[in-house]
Design a protein around this ligand. Structure first.
Ligand code: C5P
Length: 310
């Protein structure tokens, strides 16, 4: 059995980092959005007496999440199989676009389908969490609200068709280091006095998301001040995107990719020219329905056994 799975990138349209929790993770409020930029993950699957997992990637990646995800699925299903992955990477790495997490989620979605053994999405989400905080989002796609570690997810109304330009400078930001640089205190209180105004601001954005124009919302990414201080070049890219007409223009995740939302595909292509093609990715937002349909098309009849159903 063979499928070529689509593995999409994400942007954070808003990202608030609240306190540090007793478990070492930070309490988040974020809005995730899948975009059309994607890796492609070809998977060959054959039931066998002994399991063998191989990964051939266009980019060398240490401790690849795809292999770990595959082991988790085979263990969970208690089956042995020879699984061969060919990963064609397009999503920049260490860029805050969830590339590695998306590849892991793609494996969690596709392998049960190839094995003809459905894993209910609640169980799949549990497996996804063990692989990373951004992995569960990619089981759903579209526009979603992320709470807690970022693993508790709820659907948000579609924000509609949007065109964006992602600029990836190649600067690598370590997620762990970025969180540390925020210097948040550990607390057990769910909402401290200081967090209440931030939560109200975030809620206002979530409520307005489907009715207001994205360009009118004062979206925020709490990582920007600390990451821009270390890498002023990134702040300059955001300023340039704004000058070219992007609203909003901001960083995604803990960086380093930044993006600008433009009013048309033409405006995106014009802005891309101003940056030089090698650093830029013109993208469109991918809604939950599109995500589901693209996945179902990729899986064919096997989709019946995936989390996307019949
Ligand atoms: O979950 P993931 O492995 O992607 O997280 C990488 C690092 O980012 C964690 O080790 C942790 O330091 C930090 N993190 C955090 N709070 C979150 C998510 C990630 O502190 N909600």
């Amino acid at each position: 059995m063979r499928v070529t799975a689509p593995s999409f990138a994400k942007l954070n349209l808003d990202l608030r980092v609240l306190h540090k929790r007793a478990d070492g993770y930070h309490e988040l409020r974020t809005i995730f959005q899948t975009i059309s930029l994607r890796d492609s993950l070809r998977i060959d699957f054959t039931r066998a007496k002994r399991s063998k997992i191989e990964l051939d990637s266009s980019v060398e990646i240490a401790d690849n999440l795809v292999v770990r995800a595959a082991k988790i699925v085979l263990d969970h299903l208690r089956i042995n199989a020879e699984v061969r992955f060919v990963l064609d990477k397009r999503i920049p790495m260490g860029a805050g676009m969830g590339g590695g997490s998306s590849n892991a989620a793609a494996t969690l979605i596709a392998l049960p389908a190839l094995a003809g053994r459905n894993i209910p999405v609640a169980q799949l989400a549990g497996l996804a969490e063990t692989l990373g905080s951004d992995v569960p989002f990619f089981l759903h796609g579209g526009t979603a609200l992320g709470l807690g570690r970022g693993t508790e997810l709820y659907p948000l109304p579609d924000v509609g068709k949007h065109h964006a330009l992602v600029v990836s400078t190649g600067i690598h930001v370590s997620t762990g280091e970025a969180y540390k640089a925020l210097g948040r205190n550990v607390t057990n209180a769910l909402t401290s006095e200081a967090e209440s105004p931030i939560l109200r601001e975030f809620q206002a954005i979530a409520w307005l998301l489907d009715s207001a124009h994205l360009e009118d919302l004062t979206v925020k990414n709490d990582f920007e001040p600390v990451v821009f201080q270390i890498h002023p070049a990134l702040a300059a890219v955001v300023r340039k995107l704004r000058k070219l007409g992007a609203r909003p223009a901001m960083m995604t995740g803990s960086g380093s990719a930044v993006f600008g939302v433009f009013e048309s595909g033409l405006a995106v292509r014009r802005a891309a020219e101003a940056f030089g093609a090698s650093l830029t990715f013109p993208v469109g937002f991918v809604s939950r329905l599109q995500y589901r349909n693209l996945w179902r098309r990729a899986l064919g009849p096997a989709a019946e056994f995936s989390c996307f159903g019949k």
